[in-house]
Structures are given as C-alpha cells and as structure tokens.
Design a protein around this ligand. Structure first.
Ligand SMILES: C[S@@+](CC[C@H](N)C(=O)[O-])C[C@H]1O[C@@H](n2cnc3c(N)ncnc32)[C@H](O)[C@@H]1O
Ligand code: SF4
Ligand code: SF4
Length: 331
C-alpha cells in the first residue's frame, strides 16, 4: 500500500462522515453512558468534551496514524431462528450447510487481532443471524469485559430466545453493556417469540434494553451481480451509505485467516456465500497494516455494492420480518 496521507484523509468529506463524526458520537455516548448516580456527573462532562475536545482529539490521532474504531458489528453466527425474506443481512440466502458459525476461539482471535491494530473500539454490536444462538456467549462477554480497548457493547436480538441465566448475570455486572435491543416482530403470524419473559428478566436484572418497534422495512430486491460500471457502483455505495461495518471471523484460509471487516453486514454475508476471492479490495484483512484501517473509511468503491438494488431510488416499504421457507439464490 502506498504511504497514506493523513492530512488528506481529514480533508476527505467521506472519511469525516464515516470516521471522525461517528467517533465523536460514539465516544460521547461512552462518556455519557455511565449508569446510576454517576450519570449526574457524566452528562455535563460528556457534553463539554464533545463541544470542545473530541473533534481535535480524533483528528490529531489520525495525523499520528492511530486507529479508533467508531462502531463495528460482529457476526457471531449466520444461523437464525427466523427466516425473513427481506433480511438485510442476507440470512435468507444461507443453506443450512453454508452457514457461518463462529467459535469462541475464532471470535476471540479476531477481536484480539483487531485490538492489536487499533487503539479503541467505541461500540461493538453483537449480531447474527440471532446472536443468542451463539452458545459460548457467557465466555465471550467475559472476554469483552476484560479487553480494555473495547469501550462499550450492545446486543441486537429478534426476541425469539430466552436469555439464559449466565448471560443475564454477566450483563447485570457489566461496566460496558449499553443495552440489549429487541426487534419487535410481534405482528408476524406463526412465529414464536419470547418477548414477555425476555423483558421480565431484563427488568429483574436491571439490564438496559430497548424495544425496536416500527414494523416497516425496505424491500430487498434479489441479490445478484448487476455488472455496473465502477462509477455506477461507487454511486450506489454513496446512495446507500450503510454505516454498519461488519466483522466476520476468518475461516483459517489464506485470505484473511483471522477475520475481516466489511462495509456492511450484506457484504460480510456475501463474502461467506460467494467466497472472499470475489471481493478482493472490499475488506480490511485484520492482518493488514493499520493504515489500511484508516484508508478503508475513505474508500467508496466496494464490489459488493454491485450486488444490491439501486439505492438512489426510494425503496418500497414493507411489513418487517415477513417469513419465507425458500433458500434464495444469488444470481
Ligand atoms: C439483520 S437483524 C439481526 C439481529 C436480529 N436477528 C434481529 O432481527 O433483530 C439487524 C436489524 O436489521 C433490521 N432489518 C433487517 N432487514 C431489514 C430491512 N430489509 N429493512 C430494514 N431493517 C431491516 C432488523 O429489524 C434488525 O433490527
Ligand atoms: S432480520 Fe430476520 S432473518 Fe435476519 S437475522 Fe434478524 S430475525 Fe434473522
Ligand atoms: S453492499 Fe453496498 S449497496 Fe449493498 S447494503 Fe452494503 S454498502 Fe449498501
């Protein structure tokens, strides 16, 4: 990789909107997010830091080549208890055989590798598929709690699995958990949800949570390679602007053996479904030099964006989480 010009990065509006601004927002959320009585003091402190300090702090760190990850979603498994036809993480394209199922060892290895390259991760979101299907979640939460560079985490679930006691115990004691979010799919017929017992437990253990009501999604058009020109692919990324970089563990192969970070969860799923070779240049191999991590946030060309619908057109609103039995196929 050629030498990265850090000053140029700071002058790049895409980099500023994907890296500097989210770092300010998530660090503010970390400073502001103390629980209980401490919150009385943290609120004014966090506001002052945001107003007078955080921007120049992150800018100076970029100039020194230091990486702070604003937000990253880690895919624990692509397995899910539901099969939503329009899942934006593309779970509907996985056959039972092709699933990615992270192991505790894999996932800790990826996070350790990431932490060896970066100075902080402001927010780590545990996601799937369905993250509560990941059987070693208690041990993973212990690791996250002990890893100083991970400042906060949250979990996003579809509300179909009761949260087990060892997980509740850890979340109760956690200094890092921001919340458990439960998507509200209660309008969907013929699915079994555990919302009542989940919320009862979260309240009992005083774990912060949110219930993601809303009920509308955007329709996902069939995923296939559209053969757009480079300019059109860039334009599609710029229309979409997914903000959820997605980390998925490595398969031990030659490419990204310790895992990789993609522009979004659809892209990380595509790398499992079609193979990493297809997406060379799209991702950060966690073994890459630290400059690649910064450069990634100024990148606007991702081959995976050729597989998605045209995001410059308004997408149709549909009912959330409509189920399908079919395994969809990528064209
Ligand atoms: C892919 S899910 C993974 C976590 C969990 N399985 C769930 O459903 O909450 C992450 C989030 O994306 C949302 N989502 C999935 N597909 C979507 C779509 N087509 N449009 C809008 N939101 C979508 C879900 O509602 C959920 O809040
Ligand atoms: S959106 Fe539906 S299919 Fe996708 S991960 Fe969540 S529950 Fe599973
Ligand atoms: S692959 Fe590109 S166009 Fe598709 S959702 Fe991700 S960022 Fe958006």
């Amino acid at each position: 990789m050629k030498t990265l010009n850090y000053q140029k990065l700071l002058e790049n509006p895409l980099f500023v909107s994907r890296y500097i601004e989210p770092n300010i927002n998530w660090r503010h959320s970390y400073l502001n997010g103390k629980r209980g009585i401490k919150r009385l003091f943290s609120y004014p402190y966090a506001s002052l830091m945001r107003k007078f300090f955080l921007r120049s702090y992150f800018q100076k760190r970029v100039l020194r080549g230091i990486v702070d990850i604003p937000y990253v979603e880690i895919v624990l498994t692509t397995k899910c208890t539901l099969r939503c036809e329009h899942c934006c993480n593309l779970m509907q394209y996985f056959t039972p055989k092709a699933q990615y199922v992270g192991t505790l060892e894999n996932i800790i290895e990826s996070l350790e590798q990431l932490c060896s390259k970066v100075s902080s991760i402001n927010r780590l979101r545990l996601i799937g598929g369905e993250p509560f299907l990941f059987k070693d979640l208690p041990q993973l939460l212990d690791y996250i709690e002990s890893q100083k560079k991970i400042l906060t985490y949250d979990i996003l679930s579809n509300g179909s699995i009761d949260i087990k006691e060892p997980i509740l115990q850890r979340m109760k004691k956690s200094k890092k958990i921001r919340k458990v979010s439960i998507s509200d799919y209660s309008h969907v017929p013929n699915i079994r949800l555990k919302q009542e017992s989940i919320f009862k437990n979260l309240k009992k253990y005083r774990i912060p949570f949110s219930f993601l009501k809303g009920g509308t999604w955007h329709r996902l058009e069939r995923i296939h390679k559209r053969g757009r020109s480079k300019e059109q692919i860039i334009a599609n990324y710029l229309s979409c602007r997914a903000s959820c970089v997605s980390l998925i563990g490595g398969g031990g192969g030659e490419l990204a053996p310790k895992g990789a970070i993609f522009v979004c969860a659809a892209a990380s799923s595509l790398s499992v479904l079609k193979g990493l070779e297809e997406f060379e240049g799209d991702y950060i191999d966690l073994m890459d030099e630290t400059d690649r991590f910064l450069e990634f946030y100024a990148q606007d060309f991702y081959k995976s964006c050729d597989y998605c619908q045209d995001y410059s057109k308004p997408s149709e609103k549909i009912l959330a989480a409509i189920q399908t039995r079919e395994v969809l196929r990528i064209g």
